[in-house]
Design a protein around this ligand. Structure first.
Ligand code: GLN
Length: 251
């Protein structure tokens, strides 16, 4: 009997830039190679988020698209918080990440109220932070990883005191180009500015999310059998070299 992992993709039509949808393709493929089926449910404005969701996913989006979904996402604060308490894992990229905080003020001064699930807020600044990025990340104590991706955001995200970042910036801008932090982590929920898409070049992170999603029903995250990631590691090395050469330089 194939075990099914249920992924709820919030706002697939509005929050989907920089091939963020590719993250789902990676999750589906890596799940299938271990005999799991990834069931993907798109959840649009006004639609119900399944209470049986193992993994929630939000992609990135331009200010205009964010404004289209922000009121609906803000109304889901309790729904998402209780899902996280129930052990659901979550990955949110860029525009989706920003709106899981208390809010985002865009470059025209428009205030978008957020879901307030993540301890942070975002304000658009002068110029966009664009380029290849590499960060150092430790989701499990003593298990440090390099994460690579691509960022393009006008927003500067400020974590609350005591909030945990997803990683430490090695090359690139990260949350605000000053704090040295990138993203935010709240238990099994991860918010990040890293597009690319993120997961093809960071297969360990895809596996971490799948294991956390499986852990919702099993009580603990299982060890997934390793896969041959030679190609992924080569792609990671290329992206790391690019980040080293040109990450974090304002245009
Ligand atoms: N519109 C937001 C910003 O500019 C998010 C952009 C994105 O998702 N790439 O900061």
């Amino acid at each position: 009997m194939t075990t099914r992992i249920r992924l709820c993709h919030l706002y697939p039509d509005q929050l989907n830039i920089y091939a963020d949808r590719g993250n789902i393709a990676v999750l589906r493929s890596r799940a299938a190679r271990r005999g799991y089926e990834l069931e993907v449910i798109g959840v649009g404005v006004g639609e119900t988020l399944s209470p049986e969701c193992d993994l929630i996913y939000l992609g990135g989006g331009q200010d205009r698209e964010q404004a289209l979904i922000a009121p609906d996402l803000a109304r889901r604060a309790d729904e998402i918080s209780s899902a996280l308490e129930d052990g659901t894992a979550l990955l949110a990229v860029c525009g989706g990440y920003q709106l899981l905080g208390r809010g985002y003020r865009d470059r025209t001064g428009v205030e978008m109220r957020g879901a307030g699930v993540l301890p942070l807020e975002t304000v658009a600044g002068e110029g966009r932070m664009i380029g290849d990025v590499s960060i150092e990340c430790e989701l499990d104590p003593g298990d440090t990883h390099s994460v690579v991706g691509f960022e393009n955001h006008g927003g500067r995200t400020h974590l609350d005191p005591g909030a945990v970042a997803f990683g430490r910036v090695v090359h690139g801008f990260g949350n605000d180009g000053a704090s040295g932090f990138e993203g935010c982590r709240l238990g099994k929920a991860i918010g990040t500015y890293l597009h690319g898409p993120l997961l093809p070049r960071n297969p360990w992170l895809a596996d971490w999310l799948l294991a956390q999603a499986l852990g919702r029903r099993r009580g603990e995250a299982p060890d997934l059998e390793p896969l041959d990631d030679e190609l992924e590691h080569q792609a990671h090395a290329v992206a790391l070299k690019r980040a080293r050469e040109r990450g974090g330089k304002l245009p």
